[in-house]
Structure formats: structure tokens, C-alpha cells
Design a protein around this ligand. Structure first.
Ligand code: UDX
Ligand code: UDX
Length: 436
């Protein structure tokens, strides 16, 4: 099939590449000239595991192409995916200007039947808005479909190729059939393609992400309470998670959820509620608890190293909002860095993938180390913000040698308490006993 994907961020690029992988002829459109030039040169503009292999294979096979011209995109594809940014507006709502702006141009440029697919996470009622904007200019028939993505960064390729479910919101038989044909190769093992109306599909995405954010936040509150009463959240997590009604996943406490989706989606659903005279009390609490959780390590740092951190050098392991990505959008590390800098600390950071992005944002406010052990050399303590695998089994002797004092503040509960005690570390984590 001939497919056009507008917007080549994490979602658009993974969508385009994976659709090319099943034999479709895909053209990706992006307004960013540099990015398009890079991709035309065979360069993947983001870090996403396994994407590079598929990207190269499909470019070489001539199934994956790039352009800056929307008009070319519209001549090419029968199905037009919109994977455009929907950033958070000042009032917490999703900013639809990119989606609606492109929709308007699609309306003007369309010369034959198109299925326009909302892949971006958009509030309930957006398909209706997109339809209205396209219809204002369109002279030919079209359908608008809501097809939310459930791609986790770091696992996006896997999630796309082997989806647990595909949600299609459509009121057009013709569009639904085309979408089913497109997705059939991805659900051969029997996972469902769930067809519903556009609004329910739009809300499904927000409900799923907000539920997961709530699950994490609930666990963070249990972790905070564990600290008060001397319980161990890791034991509680396993005790709870083995109940299949609760499930083991997304119960890991830490320094809050971040990324390009959860923070903005929870706020957008909350705002959407308000706009429709519904007060999502749970989401209100989730937003507040998560904001606080991002800096949950700070009181521990302050209680141990003092309120004034000038003269102290602190190492930071992990900057990305989670492992296996270079994405730093809403990363808890940035909030922690802010707090530490405001208290006068000098910071030395290491992240396997996200340092360039942080450097673009923070410049020389912090220093960037060549390796995880470089980062801790001559520092007063280590703070762990992201659970990259390489941090899980470090050489503790090297850590003791490089750090001025063996102090670790772990925002991701990477290490065993008993082991840290044995290794002679002063060790703070989340929802567990401190080792002093
Ligand atoms: C985005 C949304 O933010 C998310 O809510 C949605 O679920 C999927 O799309 P992401 O893929 O991470 O997520 O977006 P981003 O990395 O911001 O990339 C968007 C791309 O669209 C950029 O490459 C940008 O240059 C491009 N773009 C933006 C256009 O091509 N045209 C525009 O008018 C605006
Ligand atoms: C999320 C959704 O999982 C995906 O389905 C959706 O479409 C896009 O948003 P993503 O943002 O890539 O994906 O990451 P995810 O793995 O969901 O993690 C989000 C945040 O929650 C991260 O900051 C992560 O550290 C945090 N998290 C996750 C926890 O704190 N504890 C957990 O148990 C799981």
C-alpha cells in the first residue's frame, strides 16, 4: 500500500519504517530540512533500539523515502498518518496547532480520496476538528481515523511490530477496511484489532497512559509511606504484583514518571475533563504527587550533605527520562539538576545516549563525563537518575576508590540493601531502608 507519514519524530519515524518493513511504499514528510537531509543520507535522527537496521534495509529496498514537501506526500499516499507534535499548552491542554495546520493544508492539496489518520495523542473530539478543517477546503472525499500509538520509547520497534492490540476509531467502513489490511501482518499471532468510534479511540489512549501513570504514582506513594513505617517497597511491590489482577508491570517506584507522553497526557486528560465540566480528582493527585516525586531524593541529599552544596561535587548517572532512549523530555534528572545547582553544587554527569541533548539544553552549567567511572572521580556523592543496564552491576571497588566518600543516592532502587551494607556504602534509595 502507499503510505505517507507526516512528522518524523519518535512515533512517525518508527511508524513509517515498520510499515515499510511489511512491504508498503512509505514516504515520510517533515518540515525540518536538516532532519530530512540526514534521513535521505541514511542517518537515523534519533536513538531507538533496532530502528537503524530496519531503516537501512527499507531505504535500500526503495520502500522508505523522505521529503519536506507535503504536496508530494499527498500525491504519494492513500493513507496519510499524522504523527505531529501535540505539546502541552500553557493551560495543560494539548496544543493542536500543528495537527490542525497540517490538516488544513491536506484539505487544500488533496486531489483524490485519502484516509487521514491521527496517530498523535490528541484529546477527545480531535478527529471531529480535523474533519471540519479538512472539509473546509477539500473538493474530494476523505475519511479521518483515530489510530493511537502505544509505543514505548526504547521498545518502539518491538511494540509496533508485535502490538498487544491495535485501536482503530473510525465511522467509515471503507477506511476501516484499509486500516485492517494495513495492520493485518502485525497481528498474525491473534492479538486484536479493536474497532470503535473515533472519540472512544482518542480516549482509550489517554485512559491507558493516565492509568499507567496513576499505577506508578500509587506505588511512589506506597514507597514514600514505606519510608515512614520502615517497610520495604520492593517486597510490597512483589507481594502485590503477583496478584494477576494487579500485575507485575509498571509498579516500580522511583523519582517519578517523565517523558514525552505521561506528563502531558495526564494533564491533557485532566484539562479535557475540566472543559467538559468533569473534575478528574485522581489525575489532580497524580500530577501533584509526581511533581513532588521528581525531587524526592533532594531531602535525602540535603539531610546528608547539607542545605548549602557549594564546594560539593556530585556525580549523576543517567539523564534520559528512562533507559534505552536519548529523550530528556520531562526527565526527572533535569529537575534534580536544577535543585542541586540552585544549592550551589558542581555536577558531573554521564548518560550513555542523552548527553548531547542535555548539553544542548544546559550547556556548561554541568560537566559531561566520558564514562560512568569518569563521572564519579573526586566527587562527594553519586546520584542515580536512570536505570541503564550498565549501572546495575558496577565495580563497587572502583566506585569506592573514585568517590571521595562512598555515598549513593539511588532514584531507581538498583542495588540490594544488604549488599550495599556489606560493600560499605552509605546508600539512600526510594521506599527502602537507608544504609548509613
Ligand atoms: C509526537 C507527539 O508529541 C505525541 O503526542 C504523539 O503521540 C506522536 O507524535 P514524537 O514522535 O515524539 O511525538 O514527536 P516529535 O519528536 O516532536 O516529532 C514531531 C516531528 O514533526 C518533528 O520531526 C517535526 O519537525 C515534525 N513537524 C512538526 C512537521 O513535520 N510539521 C509540523 O508542522 C510540525
Ligand atoms: C509511554 C507508554 O508506555 C506508551 O504505551 C505510550 O504510547 C507512550 O508513553 P514511554 O513514555 O516511552 O511510553 O515510557 P514508559 O516505559 O511508559 O515510561 C514512562 C515513565 O514512567 C518513565 O519516566 C519511567 O521511568 C516511568 N516508570 C515506568 C516508572 O517510574 N515505573 C514503572 O514501573 C514504569
Amino acid at each position: 500500500m502507499k503510505i505517507t507519514v507526516v512528522g518524523t519524530g519518535y512515533v512517525g519515524l518508527v511508524t513509517g519504517t515498520c510499515l515499510a518493513e511489511t512491504g508498503n511504499d512509505v514516504l515520510c514528510v517533515d518540515i525540518d530540512k536538516n532532519k530530512v537531509a540526514k534521513m535521505q543520507n541514511g542517518e537515523v535522527p534519533i536513538y531507538e533500539p533496532h530502528l537503524d537496521i530496519l531503516f537501512e534495509r527499507n531505504i535500500n529496498a526503495g520502500r522508505l523515502k523522505f521529503t519536506t514537501e507535503l504536496e508530494e506526500g499527498l500525491t504519494h499516499g492513500q493513507i496519510i498518518f499524522l504523527a505531529l507534535p501535540t505539546p502541552e499548552d500553557e493551560d495543560g491542554s494539548a496544543d493542536l496547532s500543528y495537527v490542525l495546520g497540517v490538516a488544513e493544508n491536506i484539505g487544500k492539496l488533496m486531489t483524490d480520496y485519502k484516509v487521514i489518520v491521527d496517530k498523535s495523542t490528541v484529546p477527545v473530539g480531535t478527529a471531529e476538528k480535523v474533519t471540519a478543517v479538512v472539509a473546509k477546503h477539500a473538493t474530494v472525499d476523505f475519511d479521518v481515523v483515530s489510530n493511537p500509538e502505544f509505543l514505548r520509547e526504547g521498545f518502539a520497534v518491538d511494540d509496533f511490530l508485535k502490538p498487544e492490540r491495535i485501536v482503530i476509531g473510525s465511522s467509515s467502513e471503507k477506511a476501516t477496511q484499509l486500516m485492517e489490511r494495513l495492520y493485518k501482518p502485525f497481528v498474525r499471532s491473534g492479538n486484536p484489532i479493536i474497532i470503535m468510534d473515533e472519540k472512544s479511540a482518542e480516549l482509550t489512549k489517554y485512559a491507558a497512559n493516565s492509568f499507567l501513570a496513576t499505577k506508578i504514582t500509587f506505588m511512589n506513594e506506597i514507597a514514600n509511606f514505606c519510608e515512614k513505617v520502615g517497610a520495604d517497597v520492593d517486597k510490597v511491590r512483589i507481594g502485590m504484583g503477583t496478584d494477576s489482577r494487579i500485575g507485575k508491570r509498571f509498579l516500580f517506584p522511583g523519582i517519578g514518571y517523565g517523558g514525552s507522553c505521561f506528563p502531558k497526557d495526564v494533564k491533557a486528560l485532566h484539562k479535557s475533563g475540566k472543559d467538559n465540566l468533569y473534575n478528574f480528582q485522581i489525575l489532580d493527585a497524580v500530577i501533584n504527587v509526581n511533581n513532588k516525586q521528581k525531587t524526592a531524593l533532594i531531602p535525602k541529599v540535603v539531610s546528608h550533605l547539607g542545605e548549602d552544596l557549594s564546594g560539593k561535587t556530585i556525580a549523576i548517572w543517567g539523564l534520559a527520562f528512562k533507559p534505552e532512549t536519548d529523550d530528556i523530555r520531562e526527565a526527572p534528572s533535569l529537575y534534580i539538576i536544577d535543585e542541586l545547582l540552585s544549592r550551589g553544587a558542581t555536577l558531573k554527569a554521564f548518560d550513555p545516549e542523552a548527553m548531547d541533548n542535555v548539553q544542548r539544553k544546559l550547556g556548561d552549567k554541568i560537566t559531561y563525563a566520558d564514562s560512568m567511572y569518569d563521572a564519579i572521580e573526586n566527587t562527594d556523592a553519586l546520584i542515580i537518575c536512570t536505570e541503564w543496564s550498565i549501572f546495575r552491576t558496577p565495580n563497587f571497588q572502583k566506585l569506592r576508590e573514585n568517590l571521595k566518600a562512598p555515598i549513593i543516592f539511588d532514584g531507581r532502587n538498583l542495588y540490594d540493601i544488604a549488599e550495599m551494607e556489606k560493600e560499605g556504602f552509605t546508600y539512600f534509595s526510594i521506599g527502602r531502608k537507608n544504609v548509613l
